[in-house]
Design a protein around this ligand. Structure first.
Ligand code: NIG
Ligand code: FE
Length: 394
């Protein structure tokens, strides 16, 4: 078994709450896992030595919320929004029509390209949702594609009611036949609980059925309006309530006193020109916060976790430390994972060497590509990562 010592780390952000930052650090990788972290001066010997040259090292980003299986284009919708139109979620149906028309190969190629884009930007774990098929067969095939790319797959049949069905019949379909067809490819079930999408009762019915089928629960909650989503997520033991843009005091209390992570998606507020969620209020109340891209063609077409970190710091008043924590450790908590999101002994050796002396530069130098190297399961991904992720499952 070969061991690799990554030496000369200017600042190691471990993501491990017990010892979050180590200056002048080193890290040993053995068999794809982290075997040791600590001050460089105390580093053990290893077979291979890699010199980080004083750069910062962080855990690979954990992007716990993304919609990557789709076809079509919504540039015009974005353009209209930037000329003053509001985002309502109505454009989801445009993507559904294009996704249904696309071949499986086309959808898989596009999703794989987005995963490559993410890897190249330092994301080493990603959750991928269905939700642009909205029929039994189209949802099933979306999830089959997602399952070829990641272990974190989410059944989002309840994204919106498709144009050709009434709400009651659709909820029955999602909680019944569609769930049955999709569950073998899914780890999670999710519902877009929102005015114009699914109400509290419908959300409860679908999530409860998903849970009975063995899936973990996550919810698109309180994105456009205050509503029952967040409290329902906490009540049902969801791993995560996502968006959390419009919260009542009771919602904040529920998040702070439950094991449900508040996943904030500032790319969506950026791209819909909406007010950002109040991250300070959540953190100060004691909630666990995650940051994710929400990468999708409508409300947030970014694959960059670094961009979300910069937005969180500048627009949501998170400190750089809170933001990097939310983008790594927080994302892992939102997926109930303990093997990723931090660099401690026994964790997966998923890490990013930044072309910067500190993780603070992710916000300090917004928009600048700072990824020097990406290690996934202990292996250094080659240059041009985005063009050959074919053998990498995140
Ligand atoms: O997370 N809110 C619902 N779903 C996506 C948007 C999807 C779309 O507009 O295509 C979201 O923002
Ligand atoms: Fe989303």
């Amino acid at each position: 078994m070969t061991t690799t010592l990554i030496d000369g780390i200017g600042l190691l952000y471990t993501g491990d709450p017990e010892r979050e930052e180590i200056p002048c650090a080193a890290l040993v990788v053995e068999d794809g896992l982290v075997a040791w972290t600590g001050p460089a001066a105390e580093a053990p010997d290893a077979d291979v030595r890699v010199d980080a040259g004083g750069r910062a090292v962080i855990p690979g980003f954990v992007d716990s919320h993304a919609h990557l299986v789709f076809a079509g284009d919504r540039t015009a919708e974005f353009q209209a929004r930037m000329s003053g139109e509001a985002y309502t979620g109505g454009g989801i149906r445009t993507t559904v029509a294009a996704t249904r028309r696309a071949s499986e190969a086309e959808l898989a190629t596009r999703a794989r390209a987005l995963v490559g884009e993410m890897l190249a930007q330092g994301t080493t774990t990603v959750e991928i949702k269905s939700g642009y098929g909205l029929s039994v067969e189209h949802e099933r095939r979306s999830l089959e594609i997602a399952a070829g790319l990641t272990d974190e797959t989410t059944f989002l049949g309840a994204h919106v009611v498709p144009a050709d069905m009434d709400a009651d019949s659709y909820v029955r379909l999602v909680a019944g036949e569609m769930l049955e067809a999709c569950a073998p490819y899914a780890k999670w079930v999710d519902v877009f609980c929102e005015r114009g999408a699914f109400d509290g009762d419908q959300t409860r019915e679908i999530l409860t059925a998903g849970r009975k089928a063995g899936l973990g629960v996550r919810v698109h909650a309180n994105q456009l309006t205050e509503g029952p989503g967040v409290r329902l997520a906490c009540e049902l033991g969801a791993a995560s309530a996502d968006h959390c843009t419009h919260l009542s005091a009771a919602d904040v209390d529920a998040l702070a006193s439950s094991g449900t992570v508040a996943t904030l998606l500032p790319g969506a507020e950026f791209s819909t020109r909406s007010p950002y969620p109040d991250a300070r209020r959540l953190i100060d109340a004691g909630a666990t916060v995650a940051l994710a891209t929400d990468c999708n063609p409508g409300s947030s077409f970014t694959s960059s976790m670094a961009f979300c970190v910069a937005l969180a710091v500048r627009e949501m008043r998170m400190t750089p430390l809170e933001a990097i924590r939310a983008a790594t450790y927080g994302g892992a908590r939102a997926l109930r994972r303990t093997d990723v999101g931090w660099l401690r002994r026994g964790a997966r050796a998923d890490l990013v060497v930044l072309d910067a002396p500190s993780y603070v530069h992710l916000a300090y130098r917004p928009g600048v590509p700072l990824v020097h190297q990406v290690f996934h399961r202990g292996l250094l991904l080659e240059e041009d990562i985005q063009n050959h992720p074919a053998d990498v499952v995140l």
